[in-house]
Design a protein around this ligand. Structure first.
Ligand code: ADP
Ligand code: MG
Length: 683
């Protein structure tokens, strides 16, 4: 198919390319290149300018050069292993063209004797004579050879020639799109069209020209399409009418008064935003984003009680049983006794479960806590009014959308994440939701002291730990992350466990990826009850669990972790009122870059700031939460360098939302770029 006015041409699969065999196609597919559009982002890495033809006497050995020569004599040896040679010359000297594994007929065809031919390739020297081995680009028409020849990274096993051929083919057949942007947006990019931008992008001379209008426009299109899709989802959810909840502020206040702390400003602000949504007649789809320990739980429980007081049920889902139990216990403690609170656990007996299910169906339970089990089909609510999902960063946008459909129109949705990420990424990943942010930490909290230590000085660390244990405190010991192998990961944790057990008999417990779930819960519960002093583990301990008594965390081989991850690990301590410490162990002296990272960690405990810095140092692809978000990486746009484009895209998206502009003109853009594949029904 080659419909020039249609985006579908670009979405057609690779078989619509001429001159592409099955082998090439399967190689491309392996690289996740499935259609013509995907191929457009395969950009040249460098190029050879073959127009600068050189005379033989001026050739430089070791360089790739172009030379116009006349073949004089064939030398086709009988011995198979020896290469075919063609003796050539120009008016200044002689050169051999050498062909390994070639047919005589082929050589004769491309290098006919007596004709002027332009060849190009790496210049070598053999037996006192210039030679070119397997000259790559040979044509009788030397005008053709004057074009630049793009080089691509060739790890895929596809030759440059094929890349040049197929990409040129697509570019020559680009559909004739009608401009989708407003004049204002277009003027930001000197009015360059999408097609021309693509063409410029593929001109090898333009490699790395990130500030150019064509590059910026294409990056903008990519960001903007994501925002548009997000906006469409949000609009759809907002359109859903629901019965509004009536917030009883007095009852809310009586619970707040019972707490032994006062809410932070950000907690109050977030709670107000949620309450406003609950009492509106539109369905809520909101994210509560706040660093570890910022106090999201209490905010969500207050939203729960408000929902319950308005006559609705609440389903509160946590990622693990322990966490579900902690939330459940807290609710029991602070909610009035007339509220029916239940916990559904994997361990609950069948009979008990059955009773719970029946009660839920009869509206005899006001709030239920549990893991994903609470969303099974057989769990039926009589009057579900709010779904809360804690630590949900493992969900992609598709799963979220499905969730928002659950529970029917009267059901509001509140998601919580403890992964602070830069704003540009929040807009990208969570743009389909409204976002409340808790940035400020509870006041009482003492900052975690962060130290870095060389591993050879482990004795100092042990001494320190001994002291802390004497004071009644507990310690997390996180073993190195061994990316290459889960097996090694596990064995290093076991080794460390054995080592520490000798130093601290009967006080150490171990948790690793192979520990089964029941055992794991038991170990965590025992640690929570202070039966052990040191918990050795790989990185699997959940982020959300409150271990108020643990105030030291030792992280081995800390350079293997990203900043955000170190910050998250560190966040497992420092939740109580005690002084807490994070010790980062390193194998060798720190590199400059590592020193920079550690400095940031020592200086601040603000997860949002740390994630910004992390992104600057490592790029956004590695940022915690982004990988799990299910969003494919941007091809050109970069949340670090293009933050201005993100802001511009957000502004334009809001303008379109507010003006109720028809978005059908963006159809090609959305169809081409819809990275989440969720908007299928734009007319
Ligand atoms: P997270 O946001 O990581 O879920 P939690 O809700 O588990 O954090 O809160 C962590 C700890 O902070 C809990 O022990 C909680 O009681 C406490 N906390 C919450 N809000 C405040 C506050 N405003 N002042 C003091 N402590 C608070
Ligand atoms: Mg939490």
């Amino acid at each position: 198919m080659n419909n020039k006015t249609n985006y579908e041409y670009l979405l057609s699969d690779l078989s619509s390319l001429k001159g592409v065999g099955e082998k090439t196609k399967s190689l491309l597919k392996k690289k996740n290149i499935n259609n013509l559009f995907d191929l457009l982002w395969k950009l040249p890495k460098s190029y050879t300018d073959r127009s600068l033809s050189v005379k033989i006497k001026d050739l430089k050995i070791g360089e790739t050069q172009t030379v116009t020569i006349v073949p004089q004599k064939y030398n086709f040896p009988r011995v198979r292993k020896l290469p075919n040679r063609v003796l050539c010359n120009d008016e200044t000297g002689e050169i051999d063209c050498v062909f390994f594994n070639s047919y005589e007929g082929y050589v004769k065809k491309i290098l006919p004797l007596g004709k002027e031919i332009t060849v190009s390739g790496k210049i070598g020297h053999f037996r006192n004579k210039y030679q070119i081995t397997n000259p790559k680009y040979i044509s009788e028409d030397s005008a053709l050879i004057k074009k630049t020849h793009n080089k691509y990274s060739l790890t895929e096993g596809i030759t440059e020639k094929i890349y040049n051929k197929i990409i040129n083919q697509i570019i020559e057949n680009l559909p004739d799109f009608k401009e989708w942007h407003s004049e204002y947006i277009l003027s930001k990019f000197q009015n360059i069209s999408w097609n021309n931008s693509i063409k410029e992008l593929h001109r090898a001379e333009n490699i790395g020209n990130f500030k150019s209008n064509f590059y910026q426009r294409l990056a903008f299109d990519e960001i903007f399409s994501t925002f548009l899709v997000n906006s469409e989802i949000r609009k759809k959810i907002r359109k859903i009418k629901k019965r509004s909840k009536i917030i009883n502020l007095n009852k809310q206040k009586s619970i707040i008064n019972k707490l032994d702390f006062s809410l932070t400003k950000d907690q109050i602000k977030s709670l107000n935003e949620i309450n406003k949504d609950l009492s509106s007649s539109n369905k809520m789809f909101r994210l509560l984003q706040g660093d570890v320990g910022s106090g999201k739980t209490i905010v969500s429980l207050l939203a729960s009680i408000n929902t319950i007081n308005s006559g609705f049920q609440v389903a509160f889902m946590a990622p693990t049983e322990i966490l579900a139990r902690q939330h459940f216990t807290l609710a029991k403690k602070i909610f009035p006794t007339n509220i029916n609170i239940e916990l559904i656990s994997g361990k609950s007996e069948y009979k008990v479960k059955k009773i719970i299910l029946r009660k839920l169906e009869n509206n005899q339970i006001n709030i239920i806590f549990g893991t994903h089990a609470i969303f099974q089909k057989k769990v039926i609510f009589k009057k579900l009014g709010l779904i809360i999902i804690d630590e949900q960063h493992k969900f992609g946008v598709n799963q979220r959308k499905r969730l928002s459909d659950k529970g029917g129109p009267n059901c509001d949705v509140l998601l919580m994440t403890a992964t602070p990420i830069p704003r540009t990424l929040t807009m990208t990943i969570y743009g389909d939701m409204d976002v409340s942010i808790i940035r400020e930490k509870p006041k009482r909290r003492k900052p975690i002291k962060t130290y870095s230590k060389l591993e050879v000085k482990i004795e100092d660390v042990l001494k320190f730990i001994k002291k802390e244990i004497k004071l009644g405190n507990q310690i997390f010991w996180v073993c190195p992350l061994i990316e290459e192998s889960k097996k090694l990961d596990h064995s290093s944790a076991v080794k460390k466990f054995e080592y520490l057990k000798q130093k601290f008999p009967n006080e150490v417990c171990l948790l690793h990826g192979k520990t089964d779930i029941t055992e794991k819960n038991e170990i965590l519960n025992n640690f929570l009850k202070n039966k052990f002093k040191i918990l050795v583990s790989t990185t699997i301990i959940e982020v959300g669990i409150d271990f108020p008594n643990a105030n030291v965390i030792v992280i081995e081989n800390a350079n293997k972790f990203g900043l955000s991850q170190l910050h998250q690990l560190r966040g497992r301590v420092g939740r109580g009122d005690k002084d807490s410490t994070c010790i980062l162990l390193f194998k060798s002296n720190l590199s400059e870059n590592a020193k920079k990272r550690i400095k940031i960690l020592k200086e601040t405990n603000d997860g949002f700031l740390i994630s910004e810095e992390d992104m600057k140092l490592r790029g956004f692809g590695d940022i915690l939460g982004f990988k799990q978000s299910g969003i494919k990486n941007f091809k050109l746009a970069d949340p670090i360098h293009n933050s201005d484009l993100f802001l511009l895209a957000e502004k334009e998206m809001r303008r379109i939302e507010n003006s109720n502009e028809d978005i059908r003109k963006f159809k090609p853009l959305i169809k081409l770029y819809d990275r989440a594949d969720i908007i299928n029904d734009i007319a």
